[in-house]
Write a protein that binds this ligand. Structure first.
Ligand code: GAL
Length: 415
């Protein structure tokens, strides 16, 4: 091992005091630590390695990025911002408002980003006329993942309505399976919530409550029904759900221990990484009652200003992320679809092609909604306040009526 490598590893081992990025390295803070996520990240690492750019890895485990954002704040506060950071939606806007992000306009102009990135993503990737991040993908959160062998064994069809879905969960439970594989972490429950809000009140209700934060919608009878349904779902998870990581819940579906999981399409990356085939070993369908809508989130890489302009490594990373070949190669592994809308989708698998078409159709018909659970509906302060109420209810601290009242108050005071 070289002296420099030893020094870097020692610095990494002491956490926040990571070694400063070397001339031709990018230091990337991210939360892609599951098997499927790591495999996708490798596509990016290899792309950069091919250009002679080194990669200093700064992984902070924890789906949805909550922990990563806490570590980021500490790093920036101690004057040691990473070169590039995986970020979601309103977090990007928050950092851009603080003036912390590098201006990527020269690279964006050269790559024609204005034309190839849809407005729904530009809303977060730009601030005050400047590109501040490079979107690598589009995920969506309102999916159900199913073990096909269990569905076949129980004679279950793809559920079309909430009642159908509850019947399928009951059948799986009666047959001795864990009906719903779940990890009890706030962001995972918030992921359920995205889909349940849509299924109860449709897109208008989602818009009013999750995006416009309308107190009437937040305090409505429909919201009580949302919490009632969350309670019903809670009844189908196993006893050991608390704190379980999302990918371990996916593994329960992969291993035929559990019938279903409600999770964004990064779950597909786990199935693929385990050698499973969509349509044969597992099925994906929209959460019943939200078939025409797409709640989306987009992983983007924001570059932290390191002095004047964008460094060569940052420019190379941004360009690599936006290249058409990379967007296809990466998203095939990750379970997401490309952030660019000008690509030939035939290279994606069946689930991916369906998701790419869904995404483009939803964007065109106005059925694309930012995911609350993944930072695309409202700013982090509001999102975290919602998380607290949703999780407290899920864990039995509030009944549905109290949860509705708490939600109204939490949203009001967090703005
Ligand atoms: C999401 C992110 C995905 C996936 C997931 C679980 O917020 O957009 O890329 O990594 O968290 O970690």
């Amino acid at each position: 091992m070289t002296m420099m490598k030893t020094l870097k590893m020692t610095a990494m081992a002491v956490g926040l005091g990571a070694a400063p990025a070397m001339a031709a390295d990018v230091e990337v803070l991210h939360w892609w630590t599951s098997g499927g996520e790591a495999a996708a990240l490798n596509v990016l690492k290899e792309d950069l390695a091919g250009q002679g750019i080194g990669w200093q890895d700064m992984p902070v485990a924890g789906g949805g990025g909550t922990q990563a954002m806490t570590v980021l704040r500490a790093r920036v506060t101690s004057g040691n911002a990473p070169t590039a950071v995986q970020m979601l939606g309103f977090d990007i806007t928050d950092w851009a408002k603080e003036g912390a992000l590098a201006n990527l306009n020269p690279i964006a102009e050269e790559g024609n980003w204005d034309e190839v990135i849809p407005a729904a993503l530009q809303k977060f990737a730009t601030h005050d006329g400047q590109w501040v991040s490079a979107p690598v993908n589009v995920h969506s959160t309102n999916w159900v993942w199913a073990n096909k062998a269990i569905m076949d064994e129980l004679g279950l069809e793809e559920p079309q309505s909430w009642d159908d879905f509850v019947a399928a969960l009951e059948a799986a439970e009666a047959a001795g399976y864990t009906a719903l594989a779940h990890g009890g972490q706030a962001w995972q429950e918030a992921t359920f919530f995205d889909a349940v809000v849509l299924s109860v009140g449709g897109p208008e209700f989602y818009q009013a409550s999750m995006i416009d934060l309308d107190p009437e919608a937040l305090g409505s009878d429909q919201m009580k029904e949302v919490f009632d349904r969350m309670g019903t779902l809670r009844g189908f998870v196993d006893d050991n759900f608390s704190g379980r990581d999302w990918n371990l819940a996916t593994a329960m579906v992969i291993n035929k221990e559990a019938a279903f999981q409600l999770m964004g399409d990064w779950a597909k990356g786990e199935f693929l990484n385990a050698g499973k085939v969509p349509g044969e070993d597992f099925l994906c369908f929209r959460f019943p009652g939200s078939q025409d809508q797409v709640t989306f989130n987009s992983d983007q890489f924001a570059m932290f200003s390191q002095g004047d302009g964008v460094s060569d490594e940052q420019a190379a990373l941004a360009k690599a992320i936006m290249s058409p070949e990379f967007q296809i190669a990466f998203n095939k592994v990750k379970g997401s679809v490309p952030a660019r809308t000008d690509l030939d989708a035939s290279a994606l698998d069946a689930c991916g092609q369906r998701a790419y078409e869904d995404f483009k159709a939803a964007a065109a018909s106005g059925n694309l909604y930012g995911s609350m659970g993944h930072g695309h509906a409202n700013p982090a302060a509001v999102k975290n306040a919602m998380y607290d109420v949703i999780t407290a209810h899920f864990n039995g601290e509030y009944d549905s009526e109290t949860a509705v009242d708490e939600l109204v108050t939490a949203v009001e005071i967090s703005q």
